[in-house]
Ligand binder design. Sequence first.
Ligand SMILES: NC(=O)c1ccc[n+]([C@@H]2O[C@H](COP(=O)([O-])OP(=O)(O)OC[C@H]3O[C@@H](n4cnc5c(N)ncnc54)[C@H](OP(=O)(O)O)[C@@H]3O)[C@@H](O)[C@H]2O)c1
Length: 376
Amino acid sequence: MNTRPFPAAGTDVSLLGFGAMRLPVIDGDATKIDEAEAIRMIRRAIDLGVSYVDTAYVYHGQTSEAVVGKALKDGYREKTLVATKMPFWIMKGPEEMAPTLDEQLKRLDVDFIDLYLLHDIEGGRWQTVRDWKMYEFLANAKAEGKIRFAGFSFHGESPAMFKEVLDAYPWDFCQIQLNYMDTHIQAGLEGYEYAAAKGVPIIIMEPLKGGKLTDTLPESVQRFWDTLPQKRTPAEWALRWVANLPGVTTILSGMSTMAQVEENVRILSDADAGELTAEELDVIEKAAAEYRRLIAYSCTACKYCLPCTAGINIPLIMNLRNSWDLFDRNPKLKGEWKMFANPPASACIECGKCEPLCPQHLPIIQALKESAAIYE
Ligand SMILES: NC(=O)c1ccc[n+]([C@@H]2O[C@H](COP(=O)([O-])OP(=O)(O)OC[C@H]3O[C@@H](n4cnc5c(N)ncnc54)[C@H](OP(=O)(O)O)[C@@H]3O)[C@@H](O)[C@H]2O)c1
């Protein structure tokens, strides 16, 4: 496994990190992790050199941390850094920060957390971070030995906002969404370059755009890959694009099968910064432009929008909405809609709870209306 320096830790960390947000589940229920398989996968990744495991209080209906904790038994804790995040946006006030951190230590069953992040700074949450003096809280937690490094994850509105957050405190690291399509949203490449120039370790999330840059490949995108002499899967091109950036420390991928663990380990054991050719970068840029042209709503299925008041499976509806354009309005999609879209998009009561929760800032209500018009 390739590694990159994480100077504050006095060690290198693996280029691939295990994102515990998309673990295998039972009966398609995101709150029921297939524990045995998830533990097997996390341990296999660590055995293959992964030394960064990323979870959060809220993942998998608040069950991810405990499963990660179990995976780290039997000597695995010593072989990896563990990262988790404070969900300050579900808290009523700053008095809940300390008990939440203690609860996370218990769930993970560890004496300390290596990397502790303020989870998902964006919009008005940035003001809350300052009002609640969260950085002071993090500094105290460090002094108490409960966490080693303090950082934040960012899905905010612009590179300018990212720079403001980054400059506000002496963060030990930051986590941003970056893939070859999302170069101009949130922190984007501009934010990446800014953090890299400051020497702040950069952890990347959603390198495959939550899996969108893998299997559901439109023909017009595949045609670009086919022009390259080197034959690689779309997932490989996407991971190599991120690995090509020298300022990236670790790339988190939320792997949901053992085959994905094996493949991503293989790719990031071999990918180096600066290795993509000008021709390859040009083709990747063209593929990105084609995707951008085809995808109506850039949903990554992170599920932050759930639960929906009307019980709608919003990520699934978004996927079907996008598929309508991506797959040339294939009639099979109507069958999928009938089978899976229950309740249907027309059940939306426009309460508006979902939209402020979407890290991609998508107009979900509009997308639901369009989906209803297409499919119903
Ligand atoms: N802090 C935050 O606000 C925040 C937000 C988002 C994510 N994160 C963290 O960052 C991690 C990474 O983000 P992500 O999970 O969105 O990563 P990602 O790598 O963009 O997407 C993961 C999905 O891609 C697919 N995949 C992975 N490897 C593949 C391969 N080799 N071939 C084909 N498909 C593959 C799988 O989809 P299928 O399951 O459909 O096969 C998997 O569930 C998360 O797990 C989480 O730990 C943090």
